[in-house]
Design a protein around this ligand. Structure first.
Ligand SMILES: Nc1ncnc2c1ncn2[C@@H]1O[C@H](COP(=O)(O)OP(=O)(O)OP(=O)(O)O)[C@@H](O)[C@H]1O
Length: 258
């Protein structure tokens, strides 16, 4: 389990506690400014909270060496900055950096492991045709897929992604969610910041709802995104119409009647 305990971050998070399970997809939802990105960066160990702690099982992430943390947690920020205009393939290769060198490299990260992980990530994000293309010549969605491929190439135990679906067309959104489901089934913990409540309802195992820096609720999607919660937290009058058998997505799952 990944435990966040009583996280306080000035004006951003106000005593948030939550436990995230490996093998599950957990969605973090909430209005703009609720603290979703802030919480994700604290969970990833990139921002140190003023109070509270984050631990994976008994290991405090603040005490982990940078390399160990990078092997354990793959983090996709909301608006990643890319310093160099490298090719897609080079970007994805950078995802293997935590496995190069260091005492565990022989056991976990020889060259053939690197190559296999890179090919699998390019494959998963359908990037083979674009592998030599510089990032500056990609569309927004292609760039997002390349950045996700970098995370996948690192084969982390936990994937923490901030709005990974935002730039993707619906087919690629569903493909990524199916892929993340397979990663979860393989035992990885998946934590996604998501705005699309229909997708969270359809694909998450658990939903954490944040409101003004606090935990509003956490639980199975039908409870955490109940009509009452959506009305109270988002101020939207919405109805869940249930999932449609054999459909990848129930389009009108959450309908605003306002
Ligand atoms: N680096 C920062 N320093 C101080 N305050 C920040 C910083 N980043 C964000 N904030 C503020 O903290 C609050 C939470 O921001 P955060 O980005 O975590 O929200 P969010 O739920 O991810 O929002 P969104 O849905 O708009 O992406 C907001 O009021 C925001 O203005």
């Amino acid at each position: 389990m990944l435990h966040a305990r009583d996280i306080v971050l000035a004006n951003r998070l106000d005593g948030v506690s939550a436990a995230f399970a490996p093998g599950w997809i957990t969605a973090i939802c909430g209005p703009n400014g609720a603290g979703k990105s802030s919480l994700l960066s604290v969970l990833a160990g990139l921002v140190t909270p003023e109070e509270g702690s984050v631990a994976i099982e008994r290991d405090a992430i603040a005490a982990m060496a940078a390399r160990q943390r990078a092997r354990t947690i793959g983090y996709l920020p909301q608006s990643p900055e890319i310093a160099w205009d490298v090719s897609v393939e080079t970007l994805v290769e950078l995802g293997r950096l935590p496995w190069r060198g260091g005492p565990l490299a022989r056991r976990h990260g020889d060259a053939s492991d690197d190559a296999a992980a890179i090919e699998a990530a390019l494959d998963a994000m359908e990037l083979h045709q674009l592998r030599e293309r510089p990032l500056s010549r990609l569309s927004g969605g292609e760039r997002s897929r390349a950045l996700m491929a970098r995370v996948l190439a690192g084969q982390p135990e936990w994937i923490l992604a901030d709005e990974p679906l935002a730039n993707l067309d619906i087919a690629h959104q569903l493909a990524l969610l199916r892929l993340l489901r397979r990663e979860a089934d393989a035992g990885r913990g998946i934590i996604l910041v998501m705005h699309d409540l229909s997708l969270a309802m359809n694909y998450a195992d658990e939903v954490l709802v944040l409101e003004s820096g606090r935990r509003a609720t956490m639980g199975p999607p039908r409870d955490a995104l109940s009509d009452d919660v959506v009305r109270r937290v988002w101020g939207v009058d919405a109805r869940w119409h249930g999932s449609i058998p054999d459909a990848s997505l129930s389009f009108a799952a959450l309908k605003d009647d306002g």
